[in-house]
Design a protein around this ligand. Sequence first.
Ligand SMILES: Nc1ncnc2c1ncn2[C@@H]1O[C@H](COP(=O)(O)OP(=O)(O)O)[C@@H](O)[C@H]1O
Ligand SMILES: [Mg+2]
Length: 255
Amino acid sequence: MSKIIAIANNKGGVGKTTTVAALAYAWSAKGYKVLLVDLDSQANLTQITSPTPLEDIEMTVKEAIAYGVQPPITRLSKTLDLIPSGLELSNFENEVAGVSCREFLVSDMLNKIKSNYDVILIDCPPALGLLTYNALVAADHLVMTATADSLSYAGMLMIGGLAKRIRENPRLNPELKTSAVIVTKFKSNKLTNSFLQKIRDEIGPALIDPPVREATKIQQATAFRQSIFQYDPDGNATKDYQAVADALEERLLKD
Ligand SMILES: Nc1ncnc2c1ncn2[C@@H]1O[C@H](COP(=O)(O)OP(=O)(O)O)[C@@H](O)[C@H]1O
Ligand SMILES: [Mg+2]
């Protein structure tokens, strides 16, 4: 049965997109059929994975969720597909303002295609708006990424609160689980260690420990539109992401 995983934090720059790309690569390389859904109008995930330049992409996730048409699926490899995003998604909330049941638009889109996949990874925008709401209504699992600082920590608590409200509403998604927190871009010092400990105390076993270390190779890999597993196979952050992918595979994909 396919699993839908939303990667979220309403703070930007905390490693959501990088984590989605790393998990997709690690799991699709193992033979899982993976679908990526880019729900961010900044389209970073689309830019780093799609062979088609952003300006040449004719149809994006926006048409599929706003108008209910068949989702545009780009094949990235034998076991990896992408539903791309684009700037037009930034107007989504206004466009669907009068649509009924607009919390279920992403869920409705995924219901048509989810049987084709083992796992669907949704890259959420850095906001608590309707798109993130839709992602959490559609998801089996919420996975949060965070950096070890106060603003990212606050963002994590806000997403956690939103997930709780969605879970407590029987018409929305009572099955939603807050399954993991991944600390990214970690550079050990007194302050970051105290935040890591705070997250450890608060989140308990949902925290994936140890965190993913900061590595400039990650930014370089992004710039070259390569997976970190190809660009820097022996790097620290690559090893960290492999461990994260293995831990999450055990927790989320094998039950
Ligand atoms: N472990 C890491 N070490 C160094 N830089 C990283 C790491 N993870 C992500 N980055 C960089 O941080 C920036 C923000 O990451 P991104 O994944 O786009 O965050 P988000 O999707 O939450 O906005 C990007 O430039 C990315 O290359
Ligand atoms: Mg992003």
